[in-house]
Each structure stands twice: as C-alpha cells, then as structure tokens.
Design a protein. Structure first.
Length: 245
C-alpha cells in the first residue's frame, strides 16, 4: 500500500488553505466553496482518517467499491456523492445509497434515478454534467441540449436539480483553465435567468481548483491533492489516469 495516512492531515489542511486563498483572491465569500473529497480507489481507513479531521463530503466513482466502503463506515455521518460514469442498469443502488449524483447527462438516467429513489429519503440531489471542452466528447450533454434536459429533470419528483458539473480537458495556466469554467457558469446563469433556482457549480479538481473558484465554483472535487496518488485499478486504468468519468 502506498497510502500515507501520516500526511493526510497536512494535505487536507493545504487543500483547505488553497480553497480559502482562492476565495479571498477572487472576491468570493469565505466558506462559499465546499470541499468534496474524492476517495475513489482509497481504502475505508483513509476516509475514516479524513472524517476524523472534519471532512464530511466524499465522492466515489465506482459503485461496488463505494458500497463496500459505505458498509464499513456506517458509524460515521458522511454525505456520499456519486461522481463516476453511470450506466442505466446501475442506477438503483445509486438512488438508494447516495445523497448526490454529479454526472447526469441524459433524461433516461434521471428518470430511473427518480423512480428508484426510496420515498423515505429526501430527493436525490443532482447536477447535470455538461460537455464544455470540445476535446472531451465522451460524457456530458451538449450546451444546446441543456435547457430542455434541465427543465425535464427539474420536474422529476425523486430528484432535486441543484446545478451543473463539468470535467474540462486539462489545460495549463490559470487563464486557460478559467475558460471552460466560465462557460459552465454562464450556462448556469442562463438557466437561472430562465426561472430555475440552481445553486451548485461542481467544478475544479486538484490541478485547477483556483481557476474553478475564480469562476464561481461552489463545490470542488479533490482527490489526489488530499489522498496522494491513486492506485489504478486495471479495469479503470484509463479512467483514473484521465481523472475523469
Ligand atoms: C477522480 C475525479 C476527481 C478528482 O481528481 P483529482 O485530480 O485526483 O483531484 C474529480 N472529479 C471526478 C469526476 C473524478 O473522476
């Protein structure tokens, strides 16, 4: 195991400091940006250590792995976010076990999640994933599809549409990194001007969180900067490398 829990505290503090500095430097309200700790491929023990350090929101990409860790951590009050790619035939456990889903990009997925959300639970919080980088054509709805999709998803009783999410193609430098985040923020503003009340921009990861916060992120999804390098799972190697999907 390459996990070094001794450094976890220092890395978590460094990420919190980076978020606070970006809020200050870009005119954001202190505390406006939530930290989602992306714990995919990390052991339950690492999540427990981060939770002991005050971290409550965790993001997972792989369903079986996530369910196993949840079962080990039922004694903790954690909020689980599903951020991975989701196949239509795998929606039920997500609807039953998570508080949020960030990668919804088609109506069929949303309809299934809504129908499968247990009535005893509050509505499932949902972000629509938007494909804002031309290179990243694999997931996310197109900008021109977004208004109709948002209206349809907002009408589903088992869901609460909270906002938008994106995973831009990697870019160098703050100004370059800001461009796709700016487009996502504009898309959110258009929807809100149209009468929606969306409060979440899920954007920014370990390498581009300052740019995302500068453009209005309300939640950053940070993995490696907190937990260190991931151990790639063979079947997920390319996905883990891309830090996406
Ligand atoms: C893995 C992943 C992250 C975290 O990426 P890091 O570069 O490790 O911070 C964020 N969002 C999504 C959707 C991911 O799959």
């Amino acid at each position: 195991m390459t996990h070094n829990l001794d450094n976890l505290h220092a890395r978590l503090v460094a990420v919190r400091d980076a978020i606070a500095a970006a809020e200050r430097n870009h005119g954001r309200t202190p505390g406006a940006v939530a930290l989602l700790a992306v714990s995919k491929t990390q052991p339950a023990q690492a999540i427990r250590a981060a939770a002991a350090d005050g971290q409550r929101l965790f993001g997972e990409n792989y369903l079986q792995e996530a369910l196993a860790k949840m079962a080990e951590l039922t004694d903790l009050d954690l909020e689980w976010h599903f951020i991975g790619p989701l196949q239509s035939n795998k929606t039920r456990p997500v609807a039953e076990h998570f508080a949020w889903v960030h990668g919804v990009d088609r109506l069929k997925l949303a309809e299934r999640l809504s129908a499968q959300r247990p009535a005893a639970l509050p509505p499932l919080n949902v972000c629509l994933q938007v494909n804002i980088s031309a290179e990243d054509s694999k997931s996310g709805c197109r900008l021109d599809e977004l208004p109709a999709l948002a209206r349809a998803v907002a009408a589903l009783p088992g869901l609460r549409l909270r906002g938008l999410m994106a995973i831009p193609a990697p870019a160098e430098g703050l100004e370059q990194q800001r461009l796709p985040f700016h487009r996502l923020r504009q898309a959110l503003e258009v929807l809100n001007a149209d009468g929606m009340a969306l409060d979440t921009l899920s954007m920014g990861m370990s390498d581009d969180l300052e740019a995302a916060i500068a453009e209005g992120a309300t939640l950053v999804r940070v993995g490696s900067a907190i937990f260190g390098a991931r151990q790639a799972k063979p079947e997920n190697l390319s996905r883990s490398r891309r830090g996406a999907e």
